[in-house]
Write a protein that binds this ligand. Structure first.
Ligand SMILES: Nc1nc2c(ncn2[C@@H]2O[C@H](COP(=O)(O)OP(=O)(O)OP(=O)(O)O)[C@@H](O)[C@H]2O)c(=O)[nH]1
Ligand SMILES: [Mg+2]
Length: 750
């Protein structure tokens, strides 16, 4: 048992109420096993189910995604919601894509590092067709684990800086990424040599902040999850600090979108300094297309230093509200300073603010009206947020876990009644009843067996159907993936920018730049538009899987009820009041440990060498063909050097397009396989297994252990009397809990 006090963090009130009911039921099941040690098998079953429900109650996480453009104040808000500076504020663009924060008594950080394959894939991608002679001589990709390769990379970076390879200079993403990988290596080498998953607790916990907030180390991280005790964040709630929706790292956007598909609520941050921008509308459009519009709550993060007076803030809220409602109608909007809320909560926990923070507070102190407004808005938000979480929790519970606990309460009440009745009868009458009930159990067993078979067959069939659907959707010719093929075919660089009239850059450098730009654009398309289309497809398929399983299970559930009806009829013949309750048929959201695969466009390892050869040979073919055509037509040679360069680049682009299409075909194929085998098939197995267990629990909770009870009725007279007295006390309690659980925990908000 995990009572909320032991966790050291508050549970929302729904969870607390349900937990109390579960504790009560456990106590009664335990009392049963004490009164009837001979018939303790149902008690064991009840205890097992109750423990499962209780574990689920604490483990099941609601997910709240915190999103917005770069620097909107997302990390500050997450920190404010937990009342700790857990996340680095103002972190850079290479940082982990989604950082999860949950409430828990034991502070810890779980860091998942990228695998070497992924790291080297990114390095290779950033090197692209870099025209460096040191690389041309290489026969194999770089391996950062080798001293000599790191030395080589550092020379390449130095060469590149002198030769001006990177457009945008030291702000160039490829340059930044390579430099970060190089600098970070000595700091993470120890971790990486011991596997990719690391849990930091106790004294080593503080090193997490450093690993996460330094670009050079953060670049090695794939996923970060932090547990922190917080009096403000209820247990079972995960806050996902998503990196800026307009971040220039495209693969991160795919991670954010995938996280969003699985979240229950979205907190959308807008900085009061800039208001809503083009990037916001674009991202909101994506959220809307993912069906998330009803789950978004908007927060204008007030920069109290920036605004002169309340009127200014009010007009900003009015304008933003209008702009938002043009995209998402009826959404809740709040405006407060996340930073102020954070400062307050840290102080409330007894923490001292540092000097600049204190100075900021005193600047704000002169802004009475705005301050009071921010406070009241923060309060309004907190109350609504708590309410929304409670409502979501009740909805989540009422279908699955609660139905199971209800069956335990019902089984307990009924079997207590049954045994009370049996104890008051003589042995021979009981024998006869027991025989009749035993007979009624047989059809139940048979139904249980056929359900297992049918579910397995249905699952296999569903897998076949899905296989076809996924293969069709990810067909580059005709499926939704054709948009990717279309994008690659239609891609054209900005020729004027790539080759300005006064161009003096050598051809190889231009080729490199064109290639980098092209692969980045494809990456961006895959992470944004393509991922969104795929997620929509996945969501539709999930709905279909659930609907089909429900359709298959409905007749099975009826068969089960029918078999149980006969059993109940015999119980009624005993003069007992017991009413049949339909077994629950519920297909909840996919389990949280089932990770949705994310597709990123990354040209395969070792491609550089193959690729360069490909482009070159492509160029040769084109050149030869062109010379041939020119010869035949008697066309004069092109004399304008820029036109010549452009012509060659165009031909190289055509060769790259063919090559990228092939890469895309392979990667989409691979993604489809992952989607089938690592996601949908396990999902179908999970649902089938879950339904089977649910039904077994249902029967187990309701059907009595007659042999055990027969033994119990043979107890000595004194024991029987004591047992009866206890029963009289327990029956109304079990009935009361059954009623309470049936009424549900719907708490209305808004
Ligand atoms: N003055 C003032 N500064 C704030 C406020 N909220 C956030 N900031 C600062 O703004 C900067 C950016 O805030 P973050 O919380 O890191 O923003 P973010 O959205 O997480 O940024 P990225 O993760 O880089 O996209 C930080 O330096 C914060 O301290 C505020 O209400 N007032
Ligand atoms: Mg941040």
């Amino acid at each position: 048992m995990l009572p909320s006090t032991e966790l050291g963090v508050p549970a929302d009130s729904t969870t607390q109420q349900v937990n109390r009911c579960l504790d009560d039921l456990k106590e009664m099941a335990w009392a049963w096993s004490q009164i009837f040690p001979q018939a303790e098998s149902p008690a064991q079953h009840w205890l097992k189910v109750l423990s499962q429900v209780q574990a689920h109650l604490w483990e099941d996480c609601l997910r709240v995604a915190v999103v917005g453009t770069v620097k909107a104040g997302k990390s500050t808000l997450v920190n404010a919601l937990v009342g700790h500076d857990v996340l680095a504020r103002g972190a850079g663009i290479l940082t982990a894509m989604v950082t999860r924060v949950i409430s828990g008594s034991e502070p810890q950080a779980v860091l998942r590092f990228k695998g070497w394959e992924e790291i080297h894939g990114e390095v290779a991608q950033s090197l692209g067709l870099l025209p460096n002679d040191r690389l041309v001589e290489r026969a194999s990709p770089l391996d950062l684990r080798n001293d000599s390769d790191r030395e080589l990379l550092s020379q390449i970076l130095a060469d590149g800086e002198t030769a001006g390879y990177w457009r945008g200079g030291s702000l160039n993403q490829d340059y930044l990424l390579l430099k970060a990988y190089l600098e970070g290596y000595p700091l993470v080498a120890d971790y990486l040599s011991q596997g990719s998953l690391h849990t930091l607790v106790g004294p080593s916990l503080s090193s997490h902040q450093e690993l996460v907030s330094r670009q050079a180390t953060a670049v090695y991280l794939k996923d970060v999850s932090l547990t922190i005790p917080s009096p403000w964040l209820p247990v079972g709630l995960e806050l996902g600090d998503c990196q800026g929706s307009d971040s220039p790292m495209p693969q991160h956007l795919a991670q954010v979108l995938t996280y969003l598909l699985r979240c229950d609520l979205v907190l959308y941050l807008v900085s009061s300094r800039v208001g809503l921008r083009q990037a916001d509308f674009h991202f909101l459009g994506e959220l809307k297309r993912l069906g998330l519009a009803p789950y978004i709550r908007f927060i204008i993060n007030l920069d109290l230093t920036e605004h002169r007076n309340l009127e200014e803030i009010n007009s900003l809220i009015k304008r933003s509200g209008e702009e938002i409602s043009a995209v998402v109608s009826g959404a809740a909007l709040y405006a407060f300073s996340a930073l102020k809320l954070l400062f307050e909560r840290r102080q409330e926990r007894g923490e001292k603010l540092d000097t600049p923070e204190g100075a900021l507070l005193s600047v704000w102190a002169g802004k009475g009206g705005m301050l009071a407004f921010s406070d009241s808005e923060a309060q309004r938000f907190s109350a609504d947020f708590t309410g929304a979480i409670q409502k979501l929790r009740s909805q989540r519970l009422s279908g699955g876990s609660l139905a199971q606990a209800r069956m335990v309460a019902k089984g307990l009440a009924e079997q207590l009644g049954l045994v009370q009745d049996l104890l008051s009868r003589d042995q021979s009458a009981f024998q006869e009843l027991a025989q009749r009930l035993r007979e009624r159990r047989q059809p139940l067993e048979a139904t249980r067996h056929s359900i297992k078979q049918t579910l397995k067959g249905a699952g296999d069939h569903l897998k076949q159907v899905l296989k076809g659907q996924i293969t069709g959707a990810l067909d580059l010719q005709s499926g939704l993936a054709s948009s990717l093929a279309g994008f690659i075919r239609g891609y054209e660089p900005d020729w004027r920018e790539l080759v300005p009239p006064e161009n003096a850059r050598p051809f190889r450098l231009l080729l490199y730049q064109m290639f980098q730009e092209f692969q980045k654009e494809v990456g961006r398309f895959v992470a944004g538009e393509f991922t969104r289309q795929v997620l929509e497809f996945i969501r539709a398929q999930e709905t279909q899987v659930r609907q089909e399983l429900a359709q298959i299970c409905t007749p099975l559930s009826l068969a089960l009820q029918e078999a149980l009806t006969l059993y109940y009829r015999e119980i009624a013949a005993l003069g007992l009041a017991a009413s049949l309750a339909a077994p629950a048929l519920e297909f909840p959201p996919p389990p949280q440990n089932l990770e949705l695969p994310v597709m990123t466009f990354q040209v395969e390892q070792g491609w550089r060498w193959a690729g360069e050869a490909y482009v070159r040979s492509g160029l040769e073919v084109f050149k030869r063909a062109w010379r041939y055509v020119k010869g035949r037509l008697g066309v004069k040679a092109v004399t304008d050097p820029r036109a010549q360069v452009l012509g060659e680049l165009q031909r190289a682009l055509a060769a790259m397009q063919t090559w990228f299409l092939e890469q895309a075909r392979l990667q989409v194929l691979d993604y489809g396989e992952r989607l089938k085998f690592r996601y949908f098939f396990p999902l179908i197995d999970y649902y089938a297994r879950k339904q089977e267990i649910d039904w077994e629990n249902y029967l187990g909770s309701l059907v009595a252990d007659l042999a055990g009870l027969a033994a119990a009725t043979r107890q000595a007279e004194e024991e029987r009397r004591a047992g009866l007295a206890r029963l009289q006390e327990l029956i109304p309690r079990a009935q009361a809990i059954e009623r309470q659980l049936s009424e549900g925990y719907e708490i209305s908000v808004e």
